[in-house]
Design a protein around this ligand. Structure first.
Ligand code: FEO
Length: 397
């Protein structure tokens, strides 16, 4: 099969994983994913940029055969196994090839992938390697999303190989972005689930690559960008400190009492033109929830009480929020309990203990006994008014 040409002597040899449904046994993949790998053929040396996930290895090896080039260098922008998994086999196929990467990635390639350190040449930040008529520059971009991450700039062709940076879990036959709206959603989901905990570090790395005159961003998942400004601007927005006039309510309800409270609070907030995104945790796609948290100012966790605890699905949601670290400003909880009124404060402490990395202001939570009654709705009015006032101050409404 002919190789997909990005620029003269630069080829896309990515593998689509159309049927993969979940990543890290955690992240739903509604659109599959791809593991992107590239060949850069210079007049003297040929470099392979990243490899693919081990189950797709044979496809990559076949494409390398089809290309008919001798691989001299394997650039490893990031050691996670979805990109490094085939490196050892490629080294067997091309015994004189060397891996080019940074010291941290070298360490991980051995620890995670058993890649022999003897096969690896360490590069420095901003180091340049010539392939003859093509030049690669390595730019360290740590914590996008691991400490080892770097990007590689192909100067003559103005292509920035970005690793996971700007990636999206999207299996597609389109080499370049065709539909910016579809790609925006996929990239935002990817950012929310994988990159958001490292928002501040990513901001620093955006500044580091901003002044490159790149015309193409080629990440290691999803489509490539012929309009890099589109995704650069989206990342600038997502990683900024700005939040939107939005409240996110993930909730779980055993007998609909918590659901009724969520619906009541939602209406009160929407009446004041606050956008509310609620997620029933019995069926919610956690990727959609994570995406909603990229911009939201406030998070309200809704839960039924189970014995003396928050519902396990609410505990899962709280743990996820703690891991992905959204930039929310306010957080609270609502819900319903049965017989254990004296244990409600303990449940509130349990919820707080699940989110130590969230620095948001905690608004007094409210839990109703059983079905919400008039007095409970009055308490929800109070909570709604407090949220409305805080949002007014935040957004100068
Ligand atoms: Fe796509 Fe962090 O690996």
């Amino acid at each position: 099969m002919p190789l997909k040409k990005i620029r003269p002597n630069v080829y896309d040899i990515s593998s689509n994983d159309w049927n993969r449904k979940v990543f890290d046994q955690l992240i739903p993949l509604p659109n599959g994913t791809s593991y992107n790998s590239y060949i850069v053929k210079g007049s003297e040396k040929t470099a392979l940029i990243d490899s693919v996930y081990l189950p797709m290895q044979n496809e990559l090896l076949q494409k390398l055969d089809d290309a008919g080039y001798q691989v001299d260098y394997i650039v490893s922008n990031h050691a996670e196994q979805d990109h490094s998994g085939s490196i050892n086999e490629i080294l067997k196929k091309y015994p004189n090839a060397k891996v080019l990467t940074n010291p941290k990635c070298k360490e991980f390639l051995y620890e995670l992938n058993l890649t022999s350190p003897d096969k690896i040449i360490e590069v420095k930040d901003r180091e340049i390697i010539s392939l003859g008529d093509k030049t690669l520059e390595f730019i360290f971009t740590p914590w996008v999303h691991w400490p080892d991450t770097m990007v590689t700039y192909l100067k003559e062709d103005k292509i920035l190989f970005t690793g996971d940076f700007f990636g999206s879990h999207l299996a597609t036959d389109n080499m370049f972005v065709k539909d910016e709206k579809e790609t925006y959603c996929a990239a935002k989901r990817y950012y929310a689930e994988i990159m958001m905990p490292f928002r501040v570090q990513i901001r620093k790395n955006l500044a580091k690559i901003e002044n490159l005159d790149a015309e193409i961003y080629a990440p290691s998942h999803g489509s490539k960008y012929q309009n890099p400004k589109f995704i650069f601007d989206a990342y600038s927005d997502w990683t900024s400190d700005n939040v939107k006039n939005e409240v996110v309510i993930p909730y779980i309800s055993m007998y609909d009492s918590t659901t009724k409270m969520v619906e009541y609070l939602t209406k009160k907030l929407e009446d004041k033109e606050i956008t509310v995104k609620s997620f029933d945790l019995s069926t919610a796609d956690t990727g959609e929830l994570a995406m909603a948290l990229v911009d939201a100012a406030t998070l309200i966790l809704g839960t039924s009480m189970v014995v003396s605890s928050a519902h396990p699905k609410a505990i899962y949601a709280a743990s996820l929020v703690n891991i992905i670290k959204p930039k929310i400003k306010y957080i609270s909880a609502i819900g319903s309990y049965g017989w254990a009124a004296p244990l409600v404060p303990k449940m509130v402490e349990q919820i707080k203990s699940l989110i130590p990395s969230i620095k948001a202001e905690f608004i007094e939570p409210y839990f109703a006994k059983g079905h919400p009654k008039e007095c409970d709705f009055i308490s929800l009015d109070k909570m709604a008014n407090e949220i409305i006032e805080k949002h007014k101050n935040l957004f100068y409404l």
